[in-house]
Structure formats: C-alpha cells, structure tokens
Design a protein around this ligand. Structure first.
Ligand code: MSK
Length: 630
C-alpha cells in the first residue's frame, strides 16, 4: 500500500487563511475581499453584449433594445468583443516573444547573454533555410534574431513556423483562409475589423479570431519558446519544489514574477554568486533564496530547478509571509494590488519593464544592455532590505512538495525512448509514446493549461481533474499556473505514479517520470503544438484523430483565449471551465462550440461543473479511440 499523499486544497486554504490574518493585522487588502466587492458581476459584460468601441454609446443589448446605435446586433457585438479579447492575448504573448528575439540579437561570447543551446539554433536556422556552414554561432544568432523579428512585420507570406505542422493541418489552414501572416498584422487586422463600421458577421470575426490565435501559437509564442531555449538552454528533467514553504526564513527572499526570463535568469545567476551571498550575510541573513510566481517561475524552474513559491492567485501570499524582501516583476499577470500590499510590509515591489509600470512600485528599468548591472542593483536592494523585516509579521507556511520538471518535447522524447518493446528504431521520435497509446497502456493525453480564476475554487479544478485522469491512464502535460497547481499538490512527484491506473503507472516506472509532465510557461503551449505535430507525423494520423485534448479549467486572461483558439485551430478539442463572454450570442457561442468543427476538425466544450467537464473529456478521448479502432 502506497504511503504517498498529496497536499490538499483544504491545506492550501488553511495556509492562506493564516496569512490573511497577518494581512488583517496590517490593514492589507486581498483579492478575496475584492471579489466580494465586485460580485455579482455586470450581466451585460458577462454576456459580451456591451459595446464601447465608439463614443455614440456605450450600447447594451436587451430584448427592448436589440441593436446598438449603429445597428449592430448582439451577434456582431459579442463577436467583435471576442476577437478583441483574442487580439489582446495574441499581442501580449507575441510581444514577449519579440523581446526574446531581441535578446538573441544581444548575445555575445562571454557576455551577459550567450547561446546556451547552439544545436537548437542551428536546427532552427536549417529549418528556415539559413546557411549555417562555417558561420560563427554568434553571427548566426544575430542573423536569426533579425529574421525572427521580421516575422512580426513582414509584408508578404505566412508564418515560417507553419512549416512544422503536418501537411493535413496546413491544408486546413490554407483552405479556411486562417494561415497567419506577419504576427503584428493579425493583431492589427483584428483591431481594424472590429473598429466601428467594419465586420459584424460572426463567421468573419471568429475566422479572424482563429487566425490571430494561430499567429500567437505558431508565431509569437513559438518565437518566445524556441529562442528562450537557444538563449537559456532547452529544459531537461530537473528536481525542484513547490509552494510557499520554499521560502526560507533565515534567508533574503527574492521572488521573481511575470513571464520573461531575460531578467530572472540573470538575477538567479547573481543571487548564487559568492559576492551576493556574502553581501546578504552582512545584513544578518544566512544566504539568498530566489523563488518564483507564475510563468517567470516556470521558466527558471524548468531550466534551473528554482523553486516555485506559487501560482497566480498565490502572488499576494508571498508578500503576506512578511519574509519577502523583494518581489521583482517583469510582464503580465501581475496584480496592481502588490503595490499597496507591499507598503504594509517591508517588501520592495520592483517593476522592471516599461510595459508594466505600476503605482507604489520602485521602477528599475531593465534592458538587455544593462541587464547585469540592474540585476545586481536589485539583488543588493533585497539584501539591504532584510534588516527592515518586521519579525512579528513573519510566518511562512511550512508546506511544499517535491516536483520533477523540465519536460520539453526533446526531453519527453528522450525519456520515453525504450519504453516499448518495439523492433523498429524509435530513437528520437514520438513512436514509443504512440505505441503506449495504441496498445491501450495509455488511453490518451490531456494538455492542462491556464490560470486560476476566483470563479473556481483556486487549484481545485486543476488538481481534481488531474487526479481523475491519471487514475484512468491518461497522461497529463501541463503548463502555466496549471502546472504549478499540480506541483504544489505533489502530482509532479514521481511517487504520484501510485495514484495512476496500472498502464500509466507502468509507463511512469519505465520512463522514470511523474504522471503530470511540466512543459513550461504559458508561451510554452507552443511546445504542446510541436508535440501534437510530431505525434501526427509519426503516426500518419491527423492531429484531430489523436486521443488528445486541451483543457483550461480555471482560465482568466486574454492570453488564455488566444491559446484556446490556436489549440482548437490546430485540431485539438478544448475544454473550458469558465464561460467566455459569449453567452449573449447563440450564433457566436454556436460557432465556437460546434460550427468551427467543420473548419478545423475541433471545437470548444464549455462546462462549469468540473466533474462533468472531466467526464466529457474522457468521453471525447474514448470516442477518438473508438473511431481509430484502438
Ligand atoms: S501566468 S496567463 S495566470 S497561466 Fe502565465 Fe498563470 Fe494564466 Fe498568467
């Protein structure tokens, strides 16, 4: 009988409640309180029927007022709002990718930024038809940086990354007119289409939503992921820990938060240096602990094993411990609440990007040219701040779990090599994984992604669904805050194999992996697209035929909707546990949950009952197996 136990959501909540008591003592606000102030939510907003894209309104659709002043009906308004939501997400991911491409252009031998995975750079260069023979790796990096940057604004052609997709998928994208062109162009086009007096036909708006989503997943996000690997190394299996207990009371605690690894990588390097460790000691600390929140955390966990303090709705908790000397943020998913909250403690809230400037923060602008100098300044500030701790407020919940992370596509392929008894040489392909699926040892796979959202009891949907799925021999690949929920619970501990069905347990033992594989941050969902493409090519099946689905049970951001659109447009059915702002139009909702299946062979399922959502997913996987006769 296994003695392995998971940490429960009840235990997470007890720790949070204890921290909120500290917050109450110092008069801190919290998201839990703000949710109460904000509910019930505006029905017009929830249904997507409020239009404020011109100044004749705002117009709100009701049975008595079925059209806005310009005459647009609910379907046009909901469709336009949906497309703008997608454009916001695609722009955000893609701009992150642009920064990474820019950093690639600043690499130099022995410099702050170096090429850590030259083989991957050469591989991509060859894919793009760039001459690599006899070329200095840094010359190649600079050339590739320029080409990648031009992907954002080129005048002609389609995204270079599409060539990675299986032929059948590319044919669909071409046939349906949704092949993404330049990355920025699709965002611009979405904004243009939704300007007053342009498209209000749901089909046209949803088609552009898919195209704009694809420009993210098979464009900007793919640039972000692939060139981050070139710069900082392609993730390999590594052990780390997750939850607030990774913070160390005797140490200076620096928490990195956001998405772009360009600054956090340098901070991690510096915090490890003897010079900075000694500096921390001069202020009474024993050393420095860097931990992370959200996807910056996923980036440095995947490559360095830096511990994960928590996910999206845990960001305020790190400050509430009273033991956080600095929370250093780059871009995206950062609560403006961190400013006033940090003022209740000694914590320095340090913003670093012109893209993300917030009141009550210390702005230390980061750029690639001065990265090392700025990172040093930040680490020193944190060390100096240790002496300002209010000791009576310090409480770090002693709760953490071991987690194995770092499962890039390359690492998954490597780990699964040799799992089957295949006579064929499967080295370097996804065939061992496919054999596990076709033989029924694994029933299928679910890509669990996305955020937390107060509309769902935080982390419950992620964790409960994962537990059910692995018990049914369905392997999970996870990213973003979903991955962190799994890690906090213990589902990324290899011992979690004991919670799996017999087939998945055997695979975990043979491959020496946990049943939930951490694939990275939210831009890294592009890794999942590459994996799906490889599975399709190696099996000869269309992506839509594979017993694989996507799921975002607690999603909240525009980025998540952009992701959903490229996952669906790639041929993977996608299951949502939070309703998008589309309920006000049966035409738009109908297209998303059904109509687009005729275009891209996949669609959304939306269900707020998490048990039902899980059942529907399992049903879908079994339907796909039955259709294949496996
Ligand atoms: S951080 S987009 S809350 S996954 Fe990528 Fe988490 Fe969602 Fe932000």
């Amino acid at each position: 009988m296994s003695e392995f136990t998971l940490t429960t959501v009840e235990e997470f909540e007890a720790a949070t409640n204890r921290l909120l008591e500290t917050g109450a003592k110092v008069g801190a606000d919290s998201w839990q309180m703000r949710v109460k102030n904000q509910t019930p939510h505006c029905k017009f907003g929830e249904n997507g029927v409020c239009c404020r894209i011109c100044s004749m309104g705002p117009c709100r659709i009701t049975p008595k007022a079925p059209r806005g002043i310009c005459g647009c009906d609910a379907h046009g308004i909901v469709g336009r709002n949906f497309l703008r939501f997608v454009a916001g997400g695609a722009a955000t991911h893609s701009d992150h990718g642009r920064e990474i491409c820019n950093t690639l252009g600043h690499t130099e031998a022995g410099g702050t930024y170096q090429v850590k995975d030259p083989a991957k750079l050469i591989r991509i260069a060859k894919e793009w038809g760039v001459e690599t023979e006899g070329k200095d790796i840094y010359d190649l990096a600079h050339e590739m940086s320029e080409i990648a940057l031009s992907e954002y604004g080129k005048n002609h052609g389609i995204s270079r990354w599409l060539s990675r997709a299986p032929e059948h998928t590319r044919e669909i994208w071409h046939r349906e007119g949704i092949e993404p062109r330049a990355i920025d162009r699709e965002v611009s086009c979405a904004m243009h289409m939704t300007h007053m007096g342009n498209s209000c036909k749901p089909e046209a708006l949803i088609r552009q939503s898919l195209r704009n989503g694809l420009s993210d997943g098979w464009g900007g996000s793919m640039c972000g992921t692939e060139f981050s690997d070139v710069l900082f190394g392609t993730p390999k299996e590594i052990q780390t820990e997750a939850n607030l207990g990774v913070m160390v009371e005797e140490n200076v605690n620096i928490v990195v938060h956001g998405h772009d690894p360009s600054l956090s990588e340098i901070i991690c390097d510096l915090a490890d240096s003897k010079e900075m460790q000694d500096y921390a000691k001069t202020f009474g600390a024993k050393g420095i602990t860097v931990s992370g929140v959200c996807c910056t955390s996923n980036e440095v966990a995947m490559r360095r094993g830096i511990p994960m303090a928590g996910n999206f709705l845990q960001q305020e908790n790190v400050v509430l411990t009273g033991a956080c000397e600095a929370i250093v943020v780059d871009v995206q998913c950062i609560f403006p609440a961190l400013g006033p909250l940090s003022k209740c403690f000694h914590t320095k809230f340090i913003t670093t990007s012109p893209i993300c400037q917030m009141p009550d923060s210390e702005f230390i602008e980061f750029d690639t040219g001065s990265a090392a100098e700025k990172a040093k300044k930040i680490v020193m500030l944190a060390c100096e701040n240790f002496q300002n701790r209010k000791k009576e407020l310090v409480y770090i919940p002693q709760m953490k779990h071991k987690a194995w992370v770092g499962y890039s596509v390359e690492e998954i392929v490597h780990k699964l090599d040799g799992v089957t008894n295949s006579q064929v040489d499967t080295t370097g392909s996804t065939r061992p994984l496919l054999e596990c699926v076709t033989s029924g040892v694994l029933r299928g796979a679910v890509a669990m992604v996305g955020c937390n959202n107060p509309k769902v009891r935080p982390d419950t949907a992620h964790i409960e669904m994962m537990k059910k799925l692995i018990a049914k021999d369905i392997i999970i690949i996870a990213s973003g805050c979903s991955a962190q929920a799994a890690a906090k619970a213990g589902l990324m501990d290899k011992a979690a194999k004991d919670l799996c069905g017999a087939g998945l347990k055997r695979v975990c033992e043979l491959a020496d992996i946990p049943p939930v594989l951490h694939m990275g941050s939210c831009v890294d969902i592009s890794r999942m697209m590459i994996l799906a493409a490889e599975l399709s090519k190696d099996s000869g099946l269309a992506i839509s035929q594979l017993p694989v689905v996507g799921c975002a049970p607690e999603w909240m951001s525009e980025k998540a909707v952009s992701i959903g659109n490229y996952v669906v447009a790639t041929g993977l059915d996608t299951f949502l546990g939070v309703v998008p702002y589309c309920a006000g139009s049966d035409q738009v909702a109908g297209l998303l949950t059904d109509g687009i299946r005729d275009w891209v062979e996949a669609a959304y399922t939306v269900e707020t009952d998490i048990d039902k959502l899980c059942e529907l997913m399992i049903e879908r996987i079994e339907q796909k197996r039955a259709a294949l006769g496996i």
